[in-house]
Write a new protein. Structure first.
Lengths: 981, 187
């Protein structure tokens, strides 16, 4: 154990957890990393490429090394940073990326062959022999890649989403963020303060700097208490703002129950979309290190992290308590760690400072002008080699803190491609203040890194942000903070022959950067791709700037000339579960149910998804084994007797107003304004470019009152298009549109006995052909006074009607029709039979209206009226379209036992089967129980002049060609007598 | 009166009800709806005692009648417990110059009652991507929720109506129930 005095942990609340199956204990307030360190565990993982032993390197979300698989079973989560995992009772964690035990990883052999795994090796190897790629190389690479493993089990957790619209979003709850939230909160602004930690305070929790005569952590607690008391302030801990998006929108993930062993019914995480009027970025800074030979051993960590472990978690990182610690630095901040450790009585070797004139700030030894040139310790640091004044010396060392300066966390400010700016005095990139509209940057994130600077800057940023949105805040009373030294001199890496790691997670060394330079991969984006620098879960937070400095040194350019790579969301990894949010499985997306759905279910209907709709596809009878039996029976029932089908899904648009007729004339290609009350007309709509768009009917219920029907697929689109035309193209027309698709249950009643069936339910309505001929419509009542609409239209080619009643009665109407029509042989039919019937009749549907179809191809060229203008009419007459000679025709196989396959390409007999000789294609096909063979519809060059010709339907995907005879697309009743009967 | 028996939007004889610690979620199948469009060139008259509301607003009238704004010169008129009547015809009789479209079974109302106003606020944060003031009491708006378009009507500080497409009733109920149960657990 290496617990020391103090800290912000609750020593009275012991928490049990396991790592690699071994039980340990930590305290409430620990992270998994601090608890492991407190138990003397230094070796936590293996590096990606060389499988080098690795330990905790940082104390935050920038952690490159201490990645674990958290939890087990279906909740196993790979690549989780131990430094960000809040310890809870029952936590299970396992190390990852090794074969065999963590201590004896067989893949550590890779380290011996490291010369073969230099930067870009995978671009140069695995080239030969070619055949090895699929069978050997790729499986082996996939096996090695990815660090941790998924359980491959369904995610048992639930995820939520939410939306917030504060005046001010403050990202980061450190000194600057707290001060900003306090300033804005006291001013009455709606404030959201989000921080990824489970406690507010940021670096104040890790430092011993006093604020207003209080320890920094105590001041943070006081401010937190005040903020909690303000009803206009919302504090969101365990919440990472991971991305800045357009229009002031920020994405955030709140880890609601990740810190609970069994979340029960609680959601695991919530995805928040935060639309803020103004935002303050107070995300602090991340420390960088100084690469030296073998600088990746467990026990070597960032100096600021070491200070945080000591001050906040009361732990030091040696394997054995009492082993001395050293600090390697190029700046004063390293000395602050030495001071903090010395104050807690930790044994110190001293501070190795690269600066020639460095002096101790307290009672410890300083090696001025010195560097560390090597380390030893296979699974944990044992010793370091100090070089000073031309001499070098190995000394025993249990842990080493490395301080190379601090990099402001500019990421979110750069998510819109804003480039940070180099600050030569502070030796760091700071964000461009104008990088993102509405964003103010404060504190260490803006390069204002001392506590005093951060407090003042947070208050300033809040006042500036509020003034921009018309709110005023009283000048903040900024508390006094203790002095903090900030001196720094540039020192980017210790030159040497051995490997010095820059990016720990991806095993990128100074040598790799040199190789990239040698191979001319010098621009930063090339450097990144060639070496994998800055990739994976940590995105190079501790490595990138150092790498740029090394490349700058090699090219002779300055660091700002070398530049940075593009920053993109997410700031830290976000689970796909929370991004997906909501439901999976049956409720993954909404489903629309037809009014007769309950009845269809009770009849054992087989349903099919049609867009959002669930439609009955067919109604199997007990003795039917194959779906075709059901569909054939249903289709024959319509041809021979009467069938009923729910067609509510067709779009219905109510059109009213004195200019409704003119509006419809402009929408439809054919003349629609002349349809009289009580009549229905078939209509064709064209797209602006002249191609066919949608078809349907238009019923005139009364003067100036119409109901337009659309195809199911285009219901929403046609309505949207009509609204666009109404509002934007012709606002001068006095016309009103509203959808009534859901309001009315609509049933198709089709077949020679449909009139007889309907006559049994209508109230005093003359159903005779004379009184209610084909293409009539009427409002009436049915079943004892229920208001209804009746349309005499036919999709099947039979005598047919569609009857509409208020949707709540649709189910009962279906029951009633089936009940009263038993002696007529009434049969419910589904979409499959509906398709058979319309193909037999030669009616075009979605398959035929594929976006490249012209009215000519459909044989409807005469419908495009020359007496008026309408959307697409002029364009439909352009040369390219008018010259299209493909026509919709029918096809039957020459050998009636052969199938017709939709999608087959049509070739003239004797011609080669290739695209040069393509004559068209089959659009729809089915088995016709009426004809006793397969049939098809399709477009064929000059098809309307080729009846009885035999063509080849080529299906190269399946290697099949079938001879088809070209016939009329109207397989039944080509004269249309039945539907007019 | 027809001899046919209607079913609710959720496919049952009786409306569905869910009672939780903080919420009551009720399928309200009794609301009649009719869309009303009035001429643009004259002031909107009162109808059923309702002063037709401004954009984004909801207003109550006589005997359970109410209205919310849906578009320019257009309102949705509601009639509590009048779903079985020809509400559109009644509205047309009231305002012959109006263009009326029957909408009763185009929609289903899910009434949500919170034990406290904060419960409704918490719910709105989960289901509506709009600033809270957009749905203060007396406000109504149309927006999407779980990929479904719906009207949201804040009838009081503890009463929110979510009015969705009738054919989507099952999915809408599921989504609301899920959020409500989660809020009961996570607050």
């Amino acid at each position: 154990m290496s617990r020391i005095q103090g800290g912000l942990i609750d020593r009275s609340r012991k928490l049990s957890f396991t790592f690699n199956g071994k039980p340990y204990q930590g305290c409430a307030g620990d992270t998994l990393a601090s608890a492991l360190l407190a138990n003397g565990v230094q070796l936590i993982g293996r590096s990606f490429k060389y499988h080098r032993p690795r330990g905790v390197f940082s104390a935050g979300s920038e952690e490159p090394n201490a990645l674990v698989e958290l939890s087990g079973g279906a909740r196993q989560e790979p690549n989780t940073r131990a430094t960000g995992i809040e310890l809870y009772d029952g936590l299970q964690a396992n190390s990852q990326n090794h074969i065999g035990s963590l201590s004896h990883d067989l893949l550590a052999l890779n380290d011996l062959f490291s010369p073969f795994f230099a930067a870009g090796f995978y671009y140069k190897t695995f080239m030969w022999p070619r055949a090895f790629w699929e069978k050997l190389y790729e499986p082996a690479i996939r096996r090695a890649a990815g660090l941790g493993a998924l359980s491959m089990l369904p995610d048992p957790d639930s995820y939520d989403r939410g939306y917030l619209h504060p005046d001010l979003l403050v990202i980061g709850g450190g000194a600057a963020g707290l001060m900003a939230a306090l300033t804005a909160g006291r001013a009455g602004a709606q404030v959201v303060l989000a921080d990824e930690d489970f406690m507010l305070g940021g670096r104040l929790l890790a430092e011993d700097t006093a604020i207003a005569d209080l320890p920094g952590a105590a001041w943070a607690k006081e401010v937190t208490t005040e903020l909690q008391s303000l009803p206009n302030v919302r504090l969101m801990t365990r919440t990472t703002v991971f991305g800045a998006y357009d229009h002031g929108i920020y994405g955030a993930v709140e880890r609601v129950s990740d810190h609970i062993a069994d979340p029960g019914a609680s959601v695991r995480q919530t995805l928040w979309r935060i639309t803020a009027k103004r935002t303050i970025l107070a995300t602090g800074a991340t420390e960088r290190h100084i690469p030296f030979e073998n600088n990746d051993r467990p026990g070597i960590m960032l100096s600021g992290a070491m200070r945080a472990y000591a001050n906040r978690w009361a732990v030091t990182p040696q394997a054995k308590a009492g082993d001395p610690i050293a600090i390697f630095t190029n700046n004063d901040d390293g000395h602050r760690t030495a001071l903090a450790l010395a104050a807690k009585g930790v044994a110190l070797h001293g501070v190795i400072d690269t600066r020639a004139g460095a002096k101790s700030l307290g009672d410890y030894e300083t090696f001025a002008g010195a560097t560390i040139t090597g380390s030893k310790g296979r699974k944990g640091l044992k010793s370091i080699r100090i070089a000073q004044a031309g001499r070098s010396e190995w000394i025993d060392c249990g842990a080493l803190g490395v301080a190379g300066g601090w990099n402001p966390n500019v990421h979110l400010a750069s998510h819109h491609r804003g480039r940070p700016v180099w600050d030569a005095d502070k030796l760091t990139f700071v964000p461009d203040a104008d990088s993102l509209p509405g964003l103010h940057i404060a504190g260490a994130a803006a390069g204002q890194g001392t506590t005093a600077e951060a407090l003042a800057d947070g208050a300033r940023a809040a006042m500036a942000a509020l003034s921009e949105i018309g709110l005023s805040a009283a000048p903040a009373d900024i508390p006094r903070a203790g002095e903090e030294p900030t001196g720094i001199e540039a020192f980017w890496h210790v030159p040497g022959k051995g490997r010095a790691w820059v990016d720990f997670q991806n095993d990128v060394t100074v040598k790799d950067i040199k190789l990239a330079h040698q191979e001319n991969m010098r621009p930063v984006e090339h450097l990144k791709r060639w070496t994998t620098l800055g990739m994976a879960t940590d995105q190079g937070k501790t490595a990138n700037v150092t790498a740029l400095a090394v490349m700058a040194e090699l090219t002779g350019k300055t660091i700002p000339e070398t530049g940075t790579t593009i920053f993109r969301p997410p700031y830290t990894p976000v689970s796909l579960g929370v991004l997906g949010g909501g439901d999976s499985g049956a409720n993954f997306r909404p489903h629309r149910l037809t009014p007769t759905h309950a009845w269809a279910e009770s009849q054992g209907a087989v349903f099919v998804e049609v867009g959002q709709w669930m439609r009955a596809q067919w109604f199997p009878q007990p003795d039917e084994i194959h779906w075709r039996e059901s569909v054939d029976r249903e289709a024959k029932a319509v041809r021979d007797a009467v069938g009923v089908c729910d067609v509510t899904t067709l779009g219905k648009i109510d059109v009213q107003g004195p200019d409704a007729a003119e509006f419809l004339n402009r929408i439809y290609a054919n003349m629609m304004g002349t349809v009289k009350p009580g009549k229905v007309r078939y209509g064709l709509m064209l797209r602006e470019d002249g191609h066919a768009y949608d078809d349907g009917t238009c019923a005139c219920l009364a003067e100036g009152h119409y109901v337009v029907t659309t195809t199911t697929a285009n219901a929403g689109l046609v309505y949207q298009r009509m609204e666009f035309a109404r509002q934007c193209l012709w606002p001068d027309l006095d016309v009103t549109l509203i959808s009534t698709t859901d309001a009315w249950a609509q049933l198709a009643v089709a077949g020679p006995k449909s009139r007889e069936l309907l006559s049994r339910i209508v109230d005093d309505f003359d159903m005779s052909n004379d009184a209610f001929p084909f293409m009539s419509c009427s409002e009436l009542t049915v079943c004892g006074g229920l208001r209804a609409r009746l349309f005499r239209i036919s999709f099947s080619g039979e005598l047919a009607y569609e009857i509409a009643v208020p949707a709540r009665y649709g189910n009962a109407l279906m029951e009633r029709l089936i009940e009263v029509g038993q002696d007529l042989g009434v049969t419910p039919y589904g979409t499959e039979a509906l398709g058979v019937l319309r193909i037999e009749k030669g009616h075009a549907a979605g398959n035929e209206l594929n976006g490249q179809t012209t009215a000519n191809m459909l044989g409807m060229q005469r419908m495009v009226s020359l007496k008026k203008d309408s959307i697409g009419a002029v364009m439909s007459r352009r040369e390219g379209l008018i010259g299209d000679k493909r026509r919709l025709v029918g096809f039957v196989p020459v050998d009636a036992t052969q199938p017709v396959v939709a999608g087959s390409h049509l070739i003239t007999q004797g011609d080669p089967v290739d695209m040069e000789h393509d004559q068209g294609w089959i659009t729809s096909a089915c088995y016709s129980p009426h004809l006793g063979s397969a049939i098809g519809l399709g477009y064929l060059e000059n098809g309307d002049q080729r009846f009885d010709e035999e063509v080849i339907a080529a299906n190269p995907l399946e290697g099949v060609s079938v001879r088809l005879r070209v016939v009329s697309p109207h397989f039944i009743d080509p004269e249309g007598e039945r539907l007019r009967d | 009166m027809t001899e046919l028996k209607p079913i609710t939007a959720l496919g049952a004889v009786a409306p569905r009800v869910l009672e939780t610690v903080r919420y009551s979620l009720r399928e309200n199948d009794g609301v009649a709806f009719a869309s009303l469009v009035l001429p643009a060139d004259r002031p909107a008259p009162a109808v059923f005692g309702i002063d037709l509301p401004e954009p984004g607003k909801y207003a109550q009238g006589d005997a359970g009648k109410s209205a919310f704004w849906t578009a320019r010169h257009q309102w949705m008129i509601e009639g509590a417990s009048l779903a079985e009547t020809d509400f559109a015809a009644a509205l047309k009789a009231e305002l012959p110059e109006g263009r009326v479209s029957e909408q009763t079974d185009g929609w289903i109302t899910f009434d949500i009652f919170g034990t406290k106003p904060e419960a409704i606020t918490a719910l709105l944060e989960r289901i509506v991507n709009l600033p809270a003031a957009t749905l203060d009491p007396g406000c109504a708006t149309r927006t999407s929720f779980e990929h479904m378009s719906a009207y949201f009507v804040r009838r009081s500080d503890t009463h929110l109506s979510v009015i969705g497409m009738r054919t989507l009733a099952g999915s809408l109920w599921h989504a609301l129930e899920t959020v409500i149960r989660r809020l009961d657990v996570d607050g």
